[in-house]
Ligand binder design. Sequence first.
Ligand code: SF4
Length: 308
Amino acid sequence: MDPRRIAGLLDAPGCRRRLAVDVSGVEPAVLAEAVGAPEGGQSPYARERDGTFAQLALARLPELVLRHLGVPAEAVVETDELPGGVGLWSWRAPKLRLGDVDVTVDRVLLAGDGTRLHPVEIRSYACLDGHADPTKVAGTARELAVTVAALRQAADDPAQVSTTSLLVLPRNFGLNPVGTTLDVAPQLRRLRWVLDRLVSGADRLAPDLAGAQLVDALGQVPARFGDGCPSCAVYPYCRGDAEQSGAAARAGATVANLCGPVGVAADALALAHGERPPGDETEQAIAAELSRAAHAYGQAVTRARESA
Ligand code: SF4
C-alpha cells in the first residue's frame, strides 16, 4: 500500500468497507472497473510539468534545507538504507513496513542535521502568495505522517525520525520552488487508530476478487458514508448504494450525525413530522432535534419568499 492509500483512511474514519478494501490490497484498476469509476490519472501535460518541477526542486534542495531546516548539504546523495549524520539523501524504493503492511514509496528524501532526520516532500500544487490549498496540504501532511511512521519502524531509534518535514511547492504559477516546514505530529497521532485496525485486518476481502464478485463482497461490509467519501475509490458504488437505500448520509456528514442511528432519510422525515412514533429515548431526542431543524428551515424559507 502506498502512503496515499493509508492516509486516505484518515479521511473516512470508522468506515469498515474502505478499510477492508485497503487492507486487502485490491488493485485500484480492478476496483475502478468493478464500481464503474471514471478513468483517473493526470493529463500528459500535467505529468510533464510535475516532472520538470521535481527536477528543478531537487536541484534547489540544498539551498532550501539550509534555509528552513538549518541543514548544510552540497547535493542530494543516493542511499539504499536509512542514513545518518549531516546531509541530504534520496532513498529510492525503500523497503518499509507498518505492522504487517508493506508501505510502497517511490522515493524518500531525507535531510539530516546530525541528530534527527527530516522528511522532505516535493509537490507540484501551487503556493500562491505564501498560501497553498489547505485541503491539499492536509492530504500531504497525512501521507507524510505515514512515511514518518514507516521510517520510525525502520530506524533503530524511532526518535531519530522527526515529524518536522520540509514541503517544497512551486511559487505562484511558475516553477520556482519555495519551502515551508510542516509538523505532522497531529496526523501521526491520528494514524495510530488506523494502524491498529490495518494490522488486525477485520473485514479483509480476498485480493483476487474482481467484477460482480468484488461488488458483492463490498456490499457485505458495513460502510459509513460521510464527508471523506468523494476521495474514496469505492465512492461510485457507495453513492449508488446510499441513493438506492435512501440513506440519510447521502445528504452529508452533518445530516448523518443529526439522524444518528436513524439511517434512512424517509424514517428521519417521518420522525421529524410526527408521522412515526419514536421507538426509544434516542429516537425521541432525534425526533425533537429534527423537528426543531424542520421548523427553523420552514421559517427561513417563508422569510426568503416574503423578502423576494
Ligand atoms: S465511499 Fe464508501 S467505502 Fe469509501 S469511505 Fe465512503 S462509505 Fe466508506
